[in-house]
Design a protein around this ligand. Sequence first.
Ligand SMILES: [Zn+2]
Length: 84
Amino acid sequence: MRTCIGCNGIRPKQELLRIVRQEDGTVSLDPPGTLNGRGAYLCRNLNCFDLAVKRKGFARTFKAAIPGDETAGLRDGFERAISS
Ligand SMILES: [Zn+2]
């Protein structure tokens, strides 16, 4: 079980989408859950993504803020991932 950094709901890992901050600072979606780095989990729901941004859940989990322009790109990717 993992905690969604948006709504703080606790769900089985496979129902959540993993986002990883790698050692070099790259933040990317990691649907298979195989990338190394600090992982954050989100429900497959855009509301949770937005909540995570608003509550600074990413910054807290990754110990580093995501720059604003990267957040937008990540949101687009997240939207595509949950609708596929
Ligand atoms: Zn959630």
